[in-house]
Design a protein around this ligand. Sequence first.
Ligand code: NAD
Length: 307
Amino acid sequence: MKNKITIIGAGFVGSTTAYSLIAANITEEIAIIDINKKLAISQVMDLQHSVPFWGYTKVKVGSYKDVSDSKIVIICCGANQKPGKSRLDLVKKNSAIIEDVAVQVFKNNPNVIVLMVTNPVDVLTYLTIKKFPKNKKRIIGTGTILDSARFRFLLGQYLNVNPQSVHAYIVGEHGDSEVPLWSTASIGNTLVRKFKQISPEIKKDIFQKAKNAAYAIIEGKQATYYAIAAGTTQIVESILFDKKRVLPISYYLEGEYGIKDVCLSLPVVLGRDGVIERLEIDIDAEEKRLLKESARKIKKVANSLSE
Ligand code: NAD
């Protein structure tokens, strides 16, 4: 089976993700689906014209039939965040859209890996798993891969270290209750707290900037898409080529830190079959408390939909 990807949603995130995958030259074919057919046609034409510069990827306007021979379906359709509104505000509208989409996806390919990007990503990943419990391991969300990248970038900038050498995670909800793991943040294999004392004020500032980045970006240009497209490409690559990268993504928890029956982000080993290893890294008591609080918040929103 070829390395084919279907992307559902040809908006800011879907089209930029397609572009990022083309530039990475890691898929043979990308099919793009959108209810706005005109948009899908235009995006595909523009993307096709970038192919000669990057390598060889076949890009086309797709239908749900394309899911049948795709390895991964990336879901990024639905409403995006509006200025000043949180991701959780999108839940009613997007959960209805995603339910319809997921039914089509699994009807065409019961074994496909679904990568949720649409927000609120943790709640939508969870609701899709509840609807298709047999696919639990193959339904994941981009989660805090983006928030962690923002955190690593800001920490790297402050410490004057390449962010690729900053190993630091934001875990929990991809949203307002997310938790920065300061206790395990490291530069190479040296803990940040041993490398340099960072004052509580600076720590707070770095975390607030990471957490609230989407609000700031959306204020100026309606949407965020470059960084999430790059993060999504890294997840796709790790799955397609069984790279077994450790990445913080949203998945279904079954008792980690005493948390279960909810989707949120923790670092996991990601390979051909999706999540292949769960990591219960050492975190301190306060981080654990905040993580549990984040889980409760996500659960509350998910449960409110079935009431
Ligand atoms: P957008 O409005 O530009 O694109 C959404 C597209 O979905 C539109 O083209 C629309 O026609 C299409 N669509 C709507 N319903 C559909 C359906 N039933 N089937 C097929 N297509 C459908 O929005 P965007 O900026 O690309 O954002 C997309 C989603 O990604 C939003 O929910 C946003 O919040 C989310 N997002 C997530 C992250 C993350 O880190 N997880 C980051 C950025 C954006």
